[in-house]
Design a protein around this ligand. Structure first.
Ligand code: PXP
Length: 242
């Protein structure tokens, strides 16, 4: 039996629905508390530069009310660094962010942005925040994460989720190889992006992966089944794969 696999539920798109009407409903913090009750091990929220879904107030309320770890997804900017240092979430996952993108497209260029990331990783580490780097399953990026002293990498599964057949199998192998390389170097491995009931099992079966962060599918499926049953089903699929 492999080590347990944690489920981090990303509640960004509860905020997307709320913001469509500019009111307070539905509240992503309520969704986070419900997801925790249903078996989520952590909550992820991405405070984007344009605040298109999660807001500063959401982060403050999540920090106050959650009893499970908060993983703050953030761009590598001074503004976001200051917010992370103020709230000191359990973890900060540094993601690349482009204003015009629909969602996080591609991983962080940890290798190319080393000089910018190094002081940021150090400040977060000193504040007791666990740094995670959201990267492609690429050995060069893992080597950069090692040099940056990041305790965690989150492997981007977006490409895997979009492919099928032999191409998907090849991407799965890249993910498995990257997970093995990172773990061998003492880095904890997480993964996420685009995961669903249909594609999660092979990812959950990669033994070095310790946490999956899943959002859009869970929140969308909750419209049909309710959030608690959807979180419970995802948990069951992940547990069965270990
Ligand atoms: N992990 C990271 C770093 C992300 O940026 C996202 C999307 O916000 C996710 C996981 C979750 O992706 P999805 O919403 O497609 O499940």
């Amino acid at each position: 039996m492999n080590e347990a696999l944690r489920l981090g539920v990303n509640i960004d798109h509860v905020a997307t629905v709320r913001n469509a009407r500019g009111s307070g409903y539905p509240d992503p913090v309520r969704a986070a508390l419900l997801a925790a009750q249903a078996g989520a091990d952590g909550i992820t929220a991405h405070l984007r530069e344009d605040r298109r879904h999660i807001t500063d107030d959401d982060i403050a309320r999540l920090s106050d009310q959650l009893t499970i770890p908060l993983n703050l997804e953030m761009a590598a900017t001074q503004e976001m660094l200051a917010i992370a240092l103020r709230h000191r979430p359990h973890a900060a996952c540094i993601v690349p962010e482009k204003r015009e993108e629909l969602t996080t497209e591609g991983g962080l260029d940890a290798a190319g942005q080393y000089d910018r990331l190094a002081p940021m990783c150090a400040q977060l580490r000193e504040a007791g925040v666990r740094v995670s780097l959201f990267i492609e399953p690429d050995p060069a990026q893992i080597e950069a994460a090692i040099r940056l002293g990041a305790p965690v990498v989150e492997l981007h599964t977006g490409r895997y989720a979009e492919l099928d057949g032999a191409d998907q199998a090849a991407e799965l192998k890249r993910l498995a190889d990257a997970a093995a390389l990172a773990a061998k170097n003492g880095i904890e491995v997480h993964a996420g992006h685009g995961l669903t009931f249909d594609n999660v099992v092979p990812i959950a079966a990669i033994p070095q992966i310790r946490e999956l962060n899943i959002g859009h599918f869970l929140i969308g499926q909750a419209i049909f089944d309710g959030l608690a049953p959807v979180v419970q089903r995802m948990r069951a699929l992940m547990d069965a794969a270990r």
